[in-house]
Design a protein around this ligand. Structure first.
Ligand code: ATP
Length: 400
């Protein structure tokens, strides 16, 4: 059976081994329970700038939830309000069932890990981790045991006597995580904690952090602007735009069923066409007709619309297919190798289509070759011009 460490019984003093199924909450949201986080109509302004705009969000106990979005969308401000470093102008926040209005950071059931590890350079690893407990005048024997426990969780026991300068960035970030975990919070807030690490180390740490979170059963609220990071680690992702949550769902849902053109442009990549819905699909501005299985789900006939198609949903052919439905003819203008996949850029008229083929069995074409792009009506999805207003000009641009 899948096992997890979880805090039980309110301000429990020990992590207790329980099963994941035991820890499943009785209500579907877990609101009000230890480890839950609730934001109700939370607004934060800086002068006239609305950084967070009437935000509603319920994070379940033991959940790994990422706040994902472009720069300036309000992720860090949201996290800082949960930590108690900023106060909302309107609305309410409950952590583990407690309203935290006016409650200082150190009295909340949360701890924060920042991108900059902010370790004390003159202290050893163990002293850094013990610092918070010592400030709270925790008995010496308890400090030692808890520091050992926290360092064990991040596999840093052997480096307990090192100074920060004697460690790699990844090791220092582990110490920063241990320093937060030593307080045994029900909720860990992580603000771009892997942002300063190189790509390989970042990927290793993603796996380690995810593993740690599922073992401990602590709620993680993880701020990132890296969609791959959010997709690979999270139970659910809150995709933020202009201070509100645009979509809140599990990674598969946000990828397969983006709720708006903005989300479709932000998560993964897409080919987009602007045009007018004709009831069966879309007539693009360049005259290309796109047939979709369920265009009416998003757009009514005659309405301005945006069609979106994932690069991996396009089949590339070296000869013209028998059908002309959902087919675009063009020429290869670019080929890129991504290890496990090949990416082609096919120029059709005055636009470029991105096509992604798994390397195994991929068709081999070179720049200058004729190519036909074909896709299934099931794979095209539509957004109304009204809904896509924000990104009609250039959805991919708007996402960055
Ligand atoms: P990034 O990914 O770049 O860190 P973010 O999504 O975390 O962005 P926030 O840091 O929450 O965004 O900022 C949201 C908005 O609030 C931004 O427009 C930012 O400039 C503004 N802002 C944040 N903190 C302050 C502050 N202390 N004073 C004034 N404006 C602020």
């Amino acid at each position: 059976m899948n096992r997890a460490y979880s805090r039980v019984g309110g301000r429990a003093r020990h992590y207790q081994r329980i099963s994941v199924t035991d820890s499943v909450t009785t209500s579907s949201t877990g609101a009000g329970e230890v480890g839950s986080v609730e934001l109700e109509s939370v607004t934060k302004r800086f002068g006239t700038m609305v950084a967070v705009d009437s935000l509603n969000l319920i994070v379940k106990p033991g959940e790994f939830l990422s706040l994902l979005g472009p720069s300036g969308c309000g992720k860090t401000t949201t996290l800082r309000m949960l930590a108690g470093f900023e106060q909302p102008d309107e609305g309410f926040i409950r952590i583990s069932g407690q309203y935290v209005q006016g409650v200082p950071p150190y009295k909340r059931d949360v701890n924060t890990v920042f991108q900059q590890y902010a370790l004390f350079p003159h202290m050893t690893v163990a002293e850094n981790v013990a610092y918070g407990l010592r400030q709270k005048r925790t008995p010496k024997s308890e400090v030692a045991a808890r520091v050992r426990e926290a360092l064990g969780m991040v596999k840093m026991t052997k480096l307990a006597d090192r100074k920060p300068r004697q460690m790699s960035g990844g090791q220092q970030q582990r110490v920063a995580v241990a320093r937060a975990l030593v307080n045994r919070p029900s909720v860990l807030l992580l603000d771009e904690p892997l942002g300063a690490l190189d790509r390989k180390l970042r990927e290793e740490m993603q796996i380690e952090l995810k593993l740690l979170q599922s073992q401990l059963g602590i709620t993680f609220i993880f701020v990132t602007h890296d969609q791959e990071e959010a997709m690979s680690m999270s139970d659910r992702i809150a995709i933020m735009l202009d201070g509100h949550v645009e979509q809140l769902a599990d990674p598969e849902t946000v990828y397969e069923h983006p709720s708006s053109a903005f989300v479709a442009g932000f998560i993964g990549r897409n080919n987009f066409w602007k045009g007018i819905s004709n009831g069966n699909g879309l007539v693009a501005e360049d005259g290309t007709v796109f047939v979709a299985t369920r265009p009416e789900e998003h757009v009514s006939n005659g309405e301005g619309a945006l069609a979106a198609l994932r690069p991996e949903s396009v089949q590339l052919r070296a000869t013209a297919p028998e059908t002309s439905t959902n087919v675009v003819a063009g020429q290869v203008v670019g080929v890129s190798h991504f290890g496990d996949s090949l990416q082609y850029v096919v120029r059709a008229g005055n636009r470029d289509l991105i096509v992604l083929c798994p390397r195994a069995g991929a068709i081999r074409l070179a720049p200058g070759d004729d190519a036909w792009c074909q896709w299934s009506p099931d794979d095209v999805y539509f957004f109304s011009a009204r809904q896509a207003d924000l990104v009609m000009a250039d959805p991919a641009e708007a996402a960055h």
